[in-house]
Design a protein around this ligand. Structure first.
Ligand SMILES: Nc1ncnc2c1ncn2[C@@H]1O[C@H](COP(=O)(O)OP(=O)(O)OP(=O)(O)O)[C@@H](O)[C@H]1O
Ligand SMILES: O=P(O)(O)OC[C@H]1O[C@H](OP(=O)(O)OP(=O)(O)O)[C@H](O)[C@@H]1O
Ligand SMILES: [Mg+2]
Length: 283
């Protein structure tokens, strides 16, 4: 049976569980459950601390896991990224009170608080900058105000936590992080089918989130021009309309391009343009 580690709490837990449910897997019902078995899909889910997941996957105790790229790179592990999951996007940045430290060179010899000492240590070593790392479990932004550090290195999403702590970003981007599906590099051969099934299903969930279905009526002679506006995942589905010379077209469109594509199709003379959400997909 395939063994999959899922974050049990924190910023990744809810979306990870939701993504697996949308992919057709049966997860835990109670947030205190540690292990749940999906017999139909032959997958065993282990609910673990996100920070520990790379360790479990790297050791082979579980085959796959969902964690953050930043957490993976902060671990000593053999686990590898199988695919990005397009949620929990963040950047990992340095920050200090404004005008105190403004570039990486000025950080040399200073006290730097972080919950990700390996990620930050590896980055600074490559840059040739030596600092005194102060390892904290969380709420790192308070370390400067409380006087135990001169700067911090932490996850930044909206930046509101930094602002509230009176800190400003400086220096280069340490990492662009995102949630990732990770895998043990030596999964048993008899589990390959189950791994492929899971990744295909997750790709389907991502496709359903990233695309909408667009339908419209068009004069047949304008089909080539409309296909140039949006060709869909493979090619548009074209069906005859009862009105001679007209066709009904169905095409997948990236969510972000929906309004623009509708504008352009309307300009071409398309009528009755209708957009619907995709519930599930397998491309
Ligand atoms: N505000 C955020 N936006 C996007 N991703 C975030 C955010 N905060 C944390 N993450 C990501 O979540 C993961 C951290 O998981 P973790 O379980 O530590 O979350 P957490 O919310 O910090 O939980 P806790 O602080 O209770 O341990 C990392 O991959 C990190 O990049
Ligand atoms: O840029 P923002 O949108 O403000 O988000 C970033 C903050 O979110 C996380 O904090 P979390 O709530 O997980 O607390 P923690 O630092 O104790 O882990 C992260 O560690 C940052 O502090
Ligand atoms: Mg946190």
């Amino acid at each position: 049976m395939l063994r999959v580690a899922v974050p049990n709490k924190g910023a990744l837990a809810e979306t990870a569980a939701q993504m697996l449910a949308e992919a057709g897997y049966r997860g835990r019902r109670d947030s205190r459950t540690l292990v749940s078995v999906d017999n139909r899909n032959e997958v065993e889910f282990f609910y673990l601390r996100p920070r520990d997941i790379a360790t479990y996957v790297g050791s082979g105790a579980v085959d796959l896991g969902i964690t953050g790229l930043d957490l993976l790179l902060d671990s000593v592990t053999a686990a590898e990224v199988l695919q990005e999951l397009q949620f929990a996007d963040s950047t990992f940045r340095f920050a200090a009170p404004q005008h105190t430290i403004t570039n990486l060179q000025e950080l040399a010899g200073k006290r730097l608080a972080t919950s990700y000492p390996k990620l930050v240590g590896d980055f600074l070593e490559k840059q040739g900058v030596a600092v005194h790392l102060v390892k904290l479990e969380g709420a790192v932004e308070s370390a400067v105000r409380l006087g135990i550090a001169d700067a911090v290195a932490d996850v930044v999403s909206t930046g509101s936590t930094l602002r509230a702590a009176g800190l400003s970003i400086f220096g280069p981007v340490i990492l662009e992080s995102t949630a990732v599906l990770i895998s043990n590099p030596e999964i048993a051969a008899d589990k390959a089918t189950a791994v492929t099934k899971l990744t295909k299903r997750i790709n389907g969930v991502l496709a359903a989130r990233n695309f909408v279905m667009m339908e419209y009526d068009l004069e047949e002679r304008k089909l080539a021009a409309a296909t140039a506006v949006c060709a869909g995942a493979q090619a548009p589905t074209v069906s005859p309309l009862a009105t001679p010379g007209w066709v009904a077209v169905k095409v997948m469109v990236p969510v972000a391009e929906t309004a623009e594509v509708m504008d352009q199709l309307a300009d071409l003379g398309a009528r009755a343009i209708i957009v619907t959400a995709i519930h599930a997909a397998r491309l």
